[in-house]
Structure formats: C-alpha cells, structure tokens
Ligand binder design. Sequence first.
Ligand SMILES: [Fe+2]
Length: 251
Amino acid sequence: MSTASVDEMIADTDAADAAGFVDELDTPDLKQRFETDNEFLFLDEFLPAETTTQFQARIPELTEAIHRNFIPRHKKGGSVSRYALDELAPEIPALYRNPKFIAWLERLTGETLEVCPESDPHAYALYFYTEPGDHIGWHFDTSYYAGKRYTLLLGVIDESSSQLEFELFKNDDDRETVADARNLRPGAMCFFNGDEVWHRITPLGENERRISLTFEYVTDAHMGRWQRFVSNMKDSIAYFGFKQVFKRNKR
Ligand SMILES: [Fe+2]
C-alpha cells in the first residue's frame, strides 16, 4: 500500500471522527422539534468539547484577520471570512464540508444540501463581538441563492451578556409569533432557515467577548448575476470589506 493511500485513509477516518458525535444525537426527536418550530433548532450542547477547544485555540491568530465594520443603528462588530479560515483554521472548513456532518443536517431538514461556492465569503465565517456595543440588529439571513439558505451558528467563546433573540413564524399570518432569546455558549448551536427566522444579537457589555461561527448551506447554489452583486455589496459593507469580497470573486 502506498504512503499516499495510508494518508488518505487516516484523513478519511479523521473526517468521519470529527462528525462522529452526531451518531449520539436523537435525530428523529430533533427533526421533530426543527419542523414544529418552522425550521429552527437551538441546542445548548452540540459540538464536542474537544472540537470547540480546537476552534478556540485558533482565535489568537485569527484576531489578525478580523475586519471590523459599523453600520449606524444596524451592526457593529468584526468578521473573519472563509478565506482567512482556509489559511489559519483548517479544522473549520473541514467540519463545514464533512460529508457525515452535512448528511446529518440533511436528515434534519429533509433537503439535499450544498456547500456554498468558493466565491461566497460567508460560506463559513467567524463573528467577533469584542467591543462594547457590538451587535447586529433584527434581520433575516436572506437567501440570494436560487434555493433555500440554512444558517448554522456555533458558539466558540461567550463571556458576554449578549443574546441571540429570535422570532419564529414571523412570516406566517396564521400563527402567533413565538419570541425567545438564548446565549450561544461554547458548544451550543442554532440551526435555521434564514428566510423564516427573524433574529438579532443584543449589544455587548463592557469587558465582554463573544465569538461565534456561522456555516451556510443551500438547497441550490445557483445565484443570478444581480443577486450575486447585491450579496457581494452586502458582504463588503456589512462584513468582510471590498478587498476580501471582490478580489476573490475576480479570480
Ligand atoms: Fe443572521
């Protein structure tokens, strides 16, 4: 057996192991909850502690790659795009693309999910709330893709009073809106249909820190030219800066 194939076998085993924790979950029950709440699920305990610890260990280096922005009355905070994560935290894209992990998300949604194309800086990204008042106002994670867009939020560091506030059934005239709030502590997750769940992150207090990871999956990764332009403008202004977004797209 060649060395390459042994390496590949080890890599395959590692990949399977990284998502092995999903076998321990009561998926039928979680799927039921996801459906009942109009494609929304929050779990206080999801990622294994060793995975969260691995992600946390990358934070000091990633701090160099933070792009901060401020949109009056809507958003203040820092973001690290997928391009920086590819270089500085390979475990994160590895989990994002892990076939076993995606298969589990597909079981929850009952949809075939695709990873976002190379040109999408938001496919996976870290959000840094590190200065007093850092927050994001009420919004949907609107899909600019031809299909649905699902957001997965994972808690990495949370030494804060900031909360993820959300409203379910916002678009459903026949249902009373359900409003609630949660702290996204390390290891916690929130998975939802971006076009259905109205949400925000409340402002960070003094001497607080909150770092969360976002993964984006779609049911159809095609995007019209105009939608791509709007999406890129939004990502440039609100998240990663024009250089990250448009230079990468030109490639
Ligand atoms: Fe969002």
